[in-house]
Design a protein around this ligand. Structure first.
Ligand code: ADP
Length: 388
């Protein structure tokens, strides 16, 4: 186990591709960190710089307090699990798992004079035991004699995990390890990796483009875009207090609704609506371009007959709208509504009375709403809930 400290870490590939820009982050001992962001945001590059598989252009990476910039991967005491398993096809599962340990033995320089006979047999027995124990933990003991080609995708991924586990490294690094698996298996393996972390308390850094995977696995997550860290925080913080509009739109499903407009004297005004902002909620808000962000579960869809009830709501505002599309999810439904030219998605309890094309009132709750400075990546404007 170890801390990981990144200090102004940057990576520029040839052709002036700035894959990672000045990442400064400190991961605690035993923390489960997830690097997350859309494809091309630089998360794999950052992970590979920690692993030593990619040269660092600027800044320092320290593992366990030691700067490792110039150390080759094998001397960093990290184990990496990849998306494509990278198992040796001609070796059995057992050999695949033992391989790293055997190789480490050879590299240690003891294999000549000091390491033979009874000592060597004891060492090999210890490796066997460790492989067997790990295989049991992962439920792959019956597969030990098989070759990788005789395994399913999920089984191969377990073997790849097992191979990393037996080495008992200071740090585990995962590069999209579940993206080749089908949805159901992915959720199952996700739970297993989380459980593995709970048991081993090892430091883990995990890369994924899937925000849901990040939210469910991470102690803390690093949200990236275009090589720049947008936010580093717990999943709860990133969800409830997104640093900017990008993070707000990236974290959570369905995606947050954004309404572009401007704020003036405590009123948010867009082309299609005027929303009176709760007094005191955004005390230091400057007048000017702004975006109102409302999650789909903060919207209610009311029938014209219920309109009176909607209007009496003290939190938020109600506006006439047309139902454009309904998606049934079983216990709930997603309803796309059109307010003038503004399309919003509401996630609500099932309501059989709603019909596509019908007229409704949409109540926009402001309890958990956010205001962002104008523009695509506008920063979230601090509100009175912050620090609470
Ligand atoms: P992610 O893992 O978030 O999808 P990457 O770290 O793989 O992103 O890539 C970040 C950026 O760096 C992308 O623009 C990608 O095209 C570029 N990149 C990655 N590897 C190389 C490379 N070996 N040479 C040049 N550019 C690269």
């Amino acid at each position: 186990m170890a801390t990981i400290e990144l200090n102004h870490v940057s990576k520029t590939y040839s052709g002036d591709v700035r894959a990672v820009r000045e990442a400064t982050l400190a991961f605690r001992d035993g923390e489960f960190i997830v690097l997350v962001g859309p494809s091309g945001c630089g998360k794999s590059t950052l992970l590979r710089m920690i692993a030593g598989l990619e040269a660092i252009t600027g800044g320092t990476v320290a593992i366990g307090g030691r700067v490792v910039n110039d150390l080759p991967p094998k001397d960093r005491d990290v184990a990496m699990v990849f998306q494509n398993y990278a198992l040796y096809p001609h070796m059995t599962v057992e050999k695949n798992m033992a391989f790293g340990l055997l190789r480490r033995r050879q590299h240690s320089g003891l294999s000549g004079l000091l390491f033979h006979g009874a000592e060597r047999r004891a060492e090999l027995a210890a490796i066997d035991r460790k492989v067997l124990d790990t295989a049991r933990t992962l439920g792959i003991e019956p597969l030990l004699a098989r070759l990788p080609r005789a395994l399913s995708g999920g089984q191969r991924q377990r073997v790849a995990l097992g191979r990393a586990l037996v080495r008992e490294p200071q740090v585990f690094l995962f590069d999209e390890p579940l993206s080749n698996l089908d949805a159901r298996l992915r959720i199952e393996m996700r739970a297993e990796i989380r459980e593995l972390h709970r048991r081993t308390k090892a430091s883990m850094v995990y890369v994924t483009h899937d925000q849901e995977e990040a939210m469910t696995l991470a102690d803390r997550m690093v949200v990236m875009k275009f090589g720049v860290v947008q936010q580093f925080g717990t999943p709860g913080e990133c969800y409830a207090r997104p640093a900017n509009r990008f993070v707000a739109g990236f974290v959570g499903t369905p995606v947050m609704n954004f309404i572009d407009g401007r704020v003036d004297s405590g009123v948010f005004v867009s082309t299609d609506m005027r929303v009176l902002l709760p007094a005191g909620r955004w005390p230091r808000m400057p007048a000017g371009p702004a975006t109102l962000g409302v999650r789909p579960d903060q919207l209610r869809v009311l029938h014209s007959a219920d309109a009176g009830a909607g209007n009496t709501a003290t939190d938020g505002t109600s506006v006439p709208a047309t139902v454009r599309a309904i998606e049934r999810l079983g216990d709930r439904m997603d309803v796309a509504v059109l307010i003038g030219g503004t399309r919003l998605t509401a996630r609500i309890e099932n309501d059989d009375r709603l019909m596509e094309g019908g007229s409704v009132l949409v109540h926009i709750g402001l309890g958990a709403a956010h205001l962002f400075a104008g523009g695509e990546d506008g920063a979230r404007l601090a509100d009175a809930h912050d620090g609470a």
